[in-house]
Design a protein around this ligand. Structure first.
Ligand code: ADP
Length: 483
């Protein structure tokens, strides 16, 4: 890989400020999904190394917690600045292991860094409360303290941003962290650790262990030392980890799967709706948890909308990450390709029509044609399961209530999108949709300044914004007698 600073390509675990091989000497390969080439070979650590990382984080906790918020903030700001300075290298590492177009990777570095910057500031504004006393001879005060050692388990779809939006608030609040990144994309995590070290994050405050998910996960979830687990990934694994965390009554933050509806009313600006649908459906080749999964279109504008959407989808450039103008990279692996194909096949068997795409791309590997399906109905698999790929299924509706019912007919509740020019309807839909986030005439809604998170089976807790730091704080009540 062509990097300006080759030391960012780290391949060992980062524990207590040391770069270490696995005790066993085991390694695993990280491959480029665009061509299957081996990008790097990373230390595969296990239970013993994870235990040492937990101990290191615990040992580092008192000094980090007791620093002033401003002192922590200055270190985090240096980390932010280093991410910006090394943006191009970070983007190259990210694209090589994840496959997304370089332009998207650069965007993710900016987005990821923004959480470090935001929480560097927010950490200085963790205020307590003075409660008017209930009795004359005592005073009631609330202080907020870091929860302690935190474990983070992150996915491959945003190898940088899913880490920083946990590490940012955790470290700013005075917590220390053990991170297990996805095995598909450990290199971005290790590069972040390298920059954290250069920024002056003390040894033990931020540790990275990559390896077998089950081995590392079990140590993290069963540890008495770890007080909180923050997880982003599938609902299935999230549920399992919550169960594992029950034994030690850990706090949990869970960012899980979604099944986002994208609703286009007959009074919508159709061009804006198409732009929003492309952005929200096809970003990262459809591999984000807030990606549109179902497009619900009012019958009166169904034909006009589908025509415009198909034209826009056909214009998307499918290409390897480094190619100029690339908009759609490969999917993460063959399993992802099979899932998209299965959803298409199931829908077509039940009467849907392929309006464009529909099969693996001529580029080969895990590239897939951006696809639009027409006349999709709620009985098809794609209506109830998250595709996590470049497949846009079009459903019809006729009334507002029907759109609400269809949109809410899922166990998930992460993001929803509505396009309408009617102000009353904007409010009614905003309130009626059972989701943690609603984009109203907007297809890209994530930002570090707003709360990201879901309800129902989509998760617990919020990331980003001033709400995001609360997940890393305990509320303590001090009752003081003054007799
Ligand atoms: P995805 O389908 O997006 O890969 P997963 O939920 O399988 O989502 O993975 C998200 C993260 O959870 C990854 O870091 C993965 O390695 C990790 N993971 C998967 N299974 C387990 C497990 N049993 N224990 C702990 N972590 C796990």
């Amino acid at each position: 890989m062509n990097l300006t600073d080759a030391r960012l390509l780290r391949q060992q675990a980062y524990i207590d400020g040391q770069w270490l091989d696995a005790d066993s000497g085991d390694t695993f390969d990280v491959t480029n999904p665009a061509n299957g080439d081996t990008v790097a070979t990373v230390a595969r650590v296990g239970k013993a190394e994870t235990q040492r990382a937990i101990e290191a984080a615990n040992n580092a906790l008192p000094a980090w917690r007791d620093m002033t918020a401003k002192a922590r903030s200055l270190i985090l700001k240096r980390w932010f600045a280093l991410m910006q300075e090394h943006k191009e290298d970070l983007a190259r590492i990210l694209s090589a292991e994840q496959g997304k177009p370089l332009a998207e990777s650069r965007g993710e570095v900016d987005y990821g860094a923004s959480f470090i910057e935001w929480f560097a500031e927010e950490g200085k504004r963790i205020y307590g409360d003075v409660i008017p006393n209930d009795k004359p001879d005592r005073r009631l005060v609330v202080i907020k303290q870091p929860v302690g050692v935190v474990a983070a388990i992150t996915p491959w779809n945003f190898p940088i941003a899913m880490i920083t939006r946990k590490a940012g608030p955790a470290l700013a609040a005075g917590c220390t962290m053990v991170l297990k990144p996805a095995s598909e994309t450990p290199l971005s995590a290790l590069a972040l650790a390298e920059l954290a070290e250069r920024a002056g994050v003390p040894a033990g405050v931020f540790n990275v262990v990559a390896g077998r998910a089950g081995d590392i996960g079990t140590e993290l979830t069963h540890s008495e030392t770890i007080r909180k687990l923050s997880f982003t990934g599938s609902t299935e694994i999230g549920r399992q980890l919550m169960e594992e965390c029950a034994g030690t009554i850990k706090k949990v933050s869970m960012e899980l799967g979604g099944n986002a509806p994208f609703i286009v009313f007959d009074d919508a600006d159709l061009d804006a709706a198409v732009d929003g649908a492309i952005a929200s459906k096809f970003r990262n080749s459809g591999q984000t948890c807030v990606c549109t999964n179902r497009i619900l279109v009012h019958d009166a504008v169904y034909d006009a909308f589908s025509e415009k959407l198909v034209a826009a989808v056909n214009a998307l450039k499918v290409a390897p990450a480094e190619e100029d103008g690339a908009q759609q990279g490969p999917l993460i692996n063959q399993k992802a390709v099979e899932k998209v194909q299965a959803h298409i096949d199931n829908a077509v068997q039940h009467g849907a029509s392929v309006l464009c795409g529909g099969k693996p791309h001529a580029l080969g590997g895990s590239f897939f044609e951006p696809t639009v399906l027409g006349d999709v109905t709620p009985d098809m698999d794609v209506a109830s399961e998250e595709t996590f790929g470049p497949l846009a299924p079009l459903f019809r509706f006729t009334t507002e209530q029907q759109a609400i019912d269809m949109a809410n007919d899922t166990p998930f509740g992460l993001a929803a999108y509505v396009y309408t020019q009617n102000i009353g309807r904007c409010w009614r839909m905003g309130e009626a949709l059972e989701y943690g986030m609603v984009g109203i005439n907007e297809g890209i809604i994530s930002t570090e300044v707003a709360p990201f998170g879901g309800i129902k089976a989509s998760g617990v807790g919020r990331e980003g914004s001033h709400y995001g730091i609360e997940d890393y704080l305990e509320v303590k009540y001090l009752c003081m007698g003054i007799k």
